[in-house]
Ligand binder design. Structure first.
Ligand SMILES: CCCCCCCCCCCC(=O)SCCNC(=O)CCNC(=O)[C@H](O)C(C)(C)COP(=O)(O)OP(=O)(O)OC[C@H]1O[C@@H](n2cnc3c(N)ncnc32)[C@H](O)[C@@H]1OP(=O)(O)O
Length: 182
């Protein structure tokens, strides 16, 4: 019988694949001052009917943006009963949504408007209903229209164990992306 081995995702230290790792020429941007200002006003700027961060979206995640440091963004969600998959535990898709929201915030802080092009997620530990997920995301580099963003969600406290981590490519789009009729 072979000894149990650590899972491949637990051995890796980052969620980023080759695709979500920035190429050598990518630059790490400073925070965009206008985006920083918008961050402080984000609820008014966004409306805000967002499933991820709308404060009044009843069954949404109601992610709170709780701080930023350059283009690094911090947030929190409390996992509700409506967010469960297996009994008592957060649904994986919900956790991916939380990561999308915090990673998107970091992309926003680099300046311009971004949409998620690709999102990769590692699930390292179950997240119980009722728990707070402490979120952090940072920018590893920007090349052309692509921002390479990475992040993690911890449980038990901001320095607790990492339960979920993600890496993504966000693609910068013009404002018409959001306003044009489809
Ligand atoms: C304070 C308030 C905060 C506010 C913070 C708000 C946070 C919001 C968080 C939620 C964000 C979302 O969920 S957004 C919703 C989910 N996402 C979407 O709906 C996006 C749907 N997809 C699209 O609209 C399109 O495919 C685009 C815009 C992503 C790309 O189309 P395009 O404009 O024609 O550009 P295209 O040439 O294809 O791609 C541009 C470059 O990106 C690369 N690229 C494009 N897609 C991918 C991909 N999946 N994987 C790898 N790379 C990709 C291309 O190779 C290319 O690289 P190169 O050739 O230049 O090297």
């Amino acid at each position: 019988m072979t000894a149990p081995t650590e899972s491949r995702s637990a051995k890796r230290t980052s969620a980023a694949s080759e695709i979500t790792t920035p190429p050598p020429g990518a630059t790490v941007p400073a925070v965009d001052p206008a985006a920083g200002q918008e961050y402080e006003l984000s609820d008014e700027v966004l409306g805000n009917e967002c499933f991820g961060c709308g404060p009044h979206v009843e069954h949404g995640l109601q992610m709170k943006r709780i701080g930023r440091d350059g283009t690094t963004a911090y947030g929190e969600i409390v996992v509700k009963r409506e967010h469960q998959g297996a009994p008592g535990l957060a649904h994986g898709g919900i956790l991916a949504t939380a990561m999308d929201e915090i990673l998107g915030t970091s992309a926003w802080l680099t300046g311009g408007r971004y949409v998620t092009g690709r999102l990769e997620t590692d699930y390292l530990a179950p997240v119980p209903v009722g728990s707070t997920l402490y979120l952090k995301a940072w920018c590893n580099g920007v090349e052309g229209r692509k921002a390479y963003i990475e992040g993690e969600g911890r449980i038990g406290g901001p320095d607790g164990p990492v339960a979920v981590r993600a890496a993504a490519i966000f693609v910068r789009v013009p404002m018409e992306h959001f306003t044009k009729q489809r």
